[in-house]
Ligand binder design. Structure first.
Ligand code: HPA
Length: 271
């Protein structure tokens, strides 16, 4: 894997005139519009990046974007890779390894989720303060590559506390309602049964989704700090579990996109 990371990083450096990003952003559902705020310098489609998987899911195009946001050099993934698409954990998290190799210190991730916390509403913006890994595996399984990080990774502050505080402060200053809470990541692609929503709520999660956890694990392994933000696009609250569709998830996420964009843009600026 080391050679692959090196090869891909070198290839990207050649295509971007050695652009050195400080912040890496994974533009999940609801944050796609953030690209319009980036002063783009370079764009590379995933299919032109050696060793990068190609994104398949509807609503996610695949490009790496390099530019400036809020006075910071950033690289953004427009489109991410999901476990349910059939990629393995190493493929899903490979871009995070490359981010690290390019010099990224802070990883920003966004996603859509289903909310179990009865205080939440559809469209709720939740700053992720912790996660529960319910994927059937972990991206760090296998021989540890000591050059990339330690065998056993401390996950006590998977989402940096000062980042959570900063995100909440920015929201408050701008009159945006946000909550904070725990994200449970599981494989999908099914949405949860009522019993599964009940289960994830009882074990301590506020929302549930199908991404983010693998990337954050690898980011922590490689020593990056993480900020995560989630849009609750549907509710899995006991007694009010509604029907969920991909279209509805996209629709709600798009409605909340301006607020998510503002928070992340301002967050990057104040880092
Ligand atoms: N479950 C899992 N993933 C999701 C959901 C959900 O209810 N909503 C958006 N992504």
């Amino acid at each position: 894997m080391l050679e692959q990371i090196e090869f891909t990083t070198k290839n990207i450096c050649e295509k971007t005139n050695n652009f050195k990003p400080h912040v890496g952003i994974i533009l999940g559902t609801g944050l796609g519009g953030l690209v319009n705020e980036i002063a783009v310098e370079y764009t590379i489609p995933y299919n032109e990046i050696p060793n990068f998987p190609v994104s398949t899911v509807q609503g996610h195009s695949g490009k790496l974007i390099f530019g400036e946001l809020g006075g910071k050099k950033v690289m953004a993934m427009q489109g991410r890779f999901h476990f349910y698409e059939g990629y393995n954990m190493q493929q899903i998290t490979f871009p995070v390894r490359v981010m690290k190799a390019l010099g990224v210190k802070t990883l920003v991730v966004s996603n859509a989720s289903g909310g179990m916390n009865p205080k939440f509403e559809v469209g709720e913006i939740m700053i992720i303060n912790d996660h529960i890994n319910l994927f059937p595996t972990n991206p760090l399984i296998g021989k540890n590559i000591d050059e990339l990080g330690p065998r056993f990774v401390d996950m006590g502050e998977a989402y940096k506390k000062s980042y959570v505080a900063l995100g909440k402060k920015i929201a408050e200053e701008n009159g945006i309602r946000v909550s904070e809470g725990v994200y449970a990541g599981l494989s999908g692609p099914c949405f949860e049964t009522p019993a599964e929503y009940r289960y994830v709520w009882r074990i301590g999660a506020d929302v549930v989704g199908m991404s983010t956890v693998p990337e954050v694990i690898v980011a922590r392994h490689s020593g990056m700090d993480c900020f995560g933000i989630s849009i609750v696009t549907d509710l899995g609250v006991e007694g009010v579990v509604q029907e969920v569709t991909h279209e509805e998830v996209q629709h709600i996420a798009r409605m909340q996109e301006p607020k998510m964009t503002l928070i992340v843009k301002e967050f990057v600026k104040r880092l």
